[in-house]
Design a protein around this ligand. Structure first.
Ligand SMILES: [Zn+2]
Length: 287
């Protein structure tokens, strides 16, 4: 079994340069196959990447995250339903929980909810409007005086700036026999291979790691988890969010841009199916 490298900050394995996206060189580790890019300034990374612009200005992120509430709650209910097949409700920690909509769905299903989120506007919204226990910060520095039955890493495992440290904390804070639910994009999917460097998920610096089933499994195995189930989410996103992703990655020219703006304005809140081919959920158990 190939060993996953240590912290991305200190990894000394040879990395093959693949291509540059948005000024970031994306590389693949020769030893474990892990695909990553380096972060320029670790100290200010979270603050700069997950500023309010990320959630409200549509740059790589959301045009207005708060409008995604219903969809995220539906997605949360689906995850809570999956979990009900494996365990009864207990304590959950949602990593990168944003405003806490997914967490709120877990609360409805009987879970005792905790969250950690780098953007303070989002975290405050969750605390004040949804009455959730959300701490502002990153998983790399998160600590708690209790352990959790479930740790959610929904669309967040690619964004951890110090993957090794964050995973150590995930492992430390997960109960023996507890679970980690991960939703992640598959770099070996047809969609990813078809688009190559233009694949929407190659969007540094908000995403800095890319996984296949194999490298994700290795990562969790290294930190004491075993894969017990996986599947494809039937995900829907708003048309507005979908168009923002396409525009960001393909720089559409004049006419197309106008059409995008028109659609976004008139039908932006309509939800459309997200092509599920490149996104999957994975359930890991701490052994
Ligand atoms: Zn490696």
């Amino acid at each position: 079994m190939r060993k996953v490298c240590d912290s991305i900050l200190t990894c000394t394995q040879e990395r093959i340069p693949l291509f540059t996206k948005k000024g970031y060189l994306i590389k693949e580790c020769k030893t474990c196959g892990h695909r990553l890019t380096d972060i320029a300034d670790v100290e200010t990374h979270l603050e700069q990447t997950y500023s309010d612009d990320y959630f409200f200005e549509g740059k790589e992120g959301y045009t207005n995250y708060l409008e995604e509430k219903e969809m995220l709650m539906r997605s949360g209910r689906k995850f809570a339903k999956i979990m009900s097949k494996y365990t009864k409700p207990g304590k959950i920690l949602d990593v990168g929980c944003a405003a806490g909509f997914i967490l709120k769905a877990f609360e409805e299903a009987g879970w005792e909810c905790y969250g950690v989120e780098p953007n303070d506007t989002m975290a405050s919204y969750g605390r004040n409007e949804l009455n959730l226990n959300i701490r502002t910060g990153g998983m790399e520095t998160f600590d708690a005086d209790q352990k959790f039955d479930l740790i959610n890493l929904i669309e967040v495992i690619g964004s951890l700036y110090d993957l090794d440290q964050a995973m150590k904390n995930v492992s430390k804070l997960c109960k023996q026999g507890g679970f980690a639910m991960v939703e992640s994009w598959d770099m070996n999917s047809f969609t990813a291979k078809f688009y190559g460097k233009n694949w929407h998920e190659y969007c540094p610096p908000s995403v800095v790691h890319w996984y296949s089933d194999d490298t994700l499994k290795q990562l969790f195995k290294y930190h004491g988890f075993e894969l017990i189930a996986k599947g494809r989410p039937s995900k829907r996103i708003t048309l507005k969010h979908g168009l923002a992703i396409i525009a960001e990655n393909s720089s559409p020219s004049g006419l197309k841009r106008k059409l995008f703006r028109f659609l976004s304005k008139t039908m932006g809140n309509v939800t459309v199916p997200y092509p599920p081919a490149d996104i999957k959920w994975y359930l890991f158990k701490k052994i």
